[in-house]
Design a protein around this ligand. Structure first.
Ligand code: AMP
Ligand code: MG
Length: 345
């Protein structure tokens, strides 16, 4: 056990202390607009190894390098296409990660053994200040134990890592609440590897083209060459099975109420709570405001990660933008188990 320092955002020396720990090869959980990241010096193999160890993360699951701005892309990447600059111009700082060819100086431990590296400039002033003061890119995956729902508050980080990391910076709850959108720019056509805060339509508006990877749309074929290594592991899931029930509010409620057993829970929209009064409902946000759903999803999945829960029936938003990312995370948590209530007798 080590002592995990708690660093509130309003403490004047928080960024300096966090940056010092990073410079000295330690681990600091930092807030970003997407989720909390478990950060270390991305150029220091030993520091990066500690991230994998703390998370229990498979070695071939690469990390994202967090940088201060587009001018830093060239420090870590080469053969950078114009469209990378176009995306940075449109969406940075923000919840967009780009995969580009990695320079030699980026340790292969950081890239999970790949010759490509993921880079992102977060839209969080304190995070960027820490990166700037550290003087190195911060490698940071989501600060959850591997396989668990991601961390969107400092309290979640401490649930998973108290006594295992050097510090946590508390910047309050994350605004977006789901991890960044990831676009691979190393092939002829740009490829969406993970949906996030930037929707596919917004990417197409800049790129004019986008291939959606199979890892996003359905279960992975294990024989397939995996472009987004993180996608092959069970993800974001509470310990009990999750099943998504799609269809109209009324049809879904009728289906769920018919099948509900004691010990089950319902994860639904705030507007639907009255329909599930005796079905242990938990709301994760308002269907009418999808940003509340993305911001609330992981905290709700954590609350449902409880040995007394036997099954979760989940309601999922439709549509593009960040709703597309919420659908993706819920489908992963449900291992793509979806029941269409409209088709049920
Ligand atoms: P996390 O933010 O914890 O979900 O982890 C970062 C994710 O970024 C990984 O799981 C991968 O899916 C993706 N990623 C990072 N680097 C690369 C890369 N070089 N190529 C493809 N995907 C990457
Ligand atoms: Mg993660």
């Amino acid at each position: 056990m080590i002592h995990t320092r708690y660093l509130p955002a309003d403490r004047p020396d928080t960024a300096a202390i966090a940056a010092d720990i990073i410079k000295n090869g330690g681990l600091v959980a930092i807030p970003t607009e997407t989720v909390y990241g478990l950060g270390a010096n991305g150029l220091d193999e030993a520091a990066v190894a500690k991230i994998f160890e703390a998370k229990g993360r498979p070695q071939d699951n690469p990390l994202i390098l967090h940088i201060c701005g587009p001018e830093q892309i060239e420090l870590f990447c080469h053969h950078i296409p114009q469209r990378a600059y176009d995306l940075a111009e449109a969406f940075w700082p923000g919840p967009l990660t780009m995969v580009l060819p990695a320079k030699e100086r980026v340790p292969r431990r950081t890239t999970g053994g790949l010759d490509t590296v993921a880079v992102r400039c977060p839209d969080h002033a304190l995070a960027r200040q820490i990166i700037r003061l550290a003087g190195v890119p911060i490698a940071a995956p989501s600060a959850n134990i591997s396989g668990k729902p991601s961390t969107t508050t400092a309290r979640h980080v401490l649930q998973d890592h108290d006594g295992k990391i050097d510090a946590v910076v508390d910047g309050g709850p994350c605004r977006v609440g789901v991890e960044s959108t990831i676009v691979d720019l190393t092939e002829e056509r740009p490829r969406l590897l993970r949906p996030g805060g930037i929707g596919p339509e917004e990417l197409i508006a800049v790129l004019g083209d986008l291939v959606v990877d199979r890892a996003v749309t359905g279960e992975l074929d294990p024989a397939q060459v995996v472009k987004a290594p993180g996608m092959k592991y069970r993800h974001y899931a509470p310990q009990e099975p999750v099943v998504i029930v799609s269809g109209s509010r009324e049809k879904a409620a009728a289906y769920i109420r018919r099948h509900f057993q004691p010990g089950d829970r319902v994860l639904c929209f705030e507007e639907e709570l009255p329909l599930y009064r005796d079905c242990a409902p938990l709301s994760y946000g308002r269907e009418a405001d999808v940003n509340t759903l993305s911001a609330g999803l992981f905290a709700a999945l954590r609350e449902l990660d409880d040995p007394t829960v036997s099954q979760v029936y989940a309601r999922c938003p439709t549509g593009g933008g960040v709703a597309y990312a919420v659908q993706n995370r819920l489908k992963k948590a449900a291992a793509f188990h979806i029941i269409d209530a409209e088709e049920e007798p």
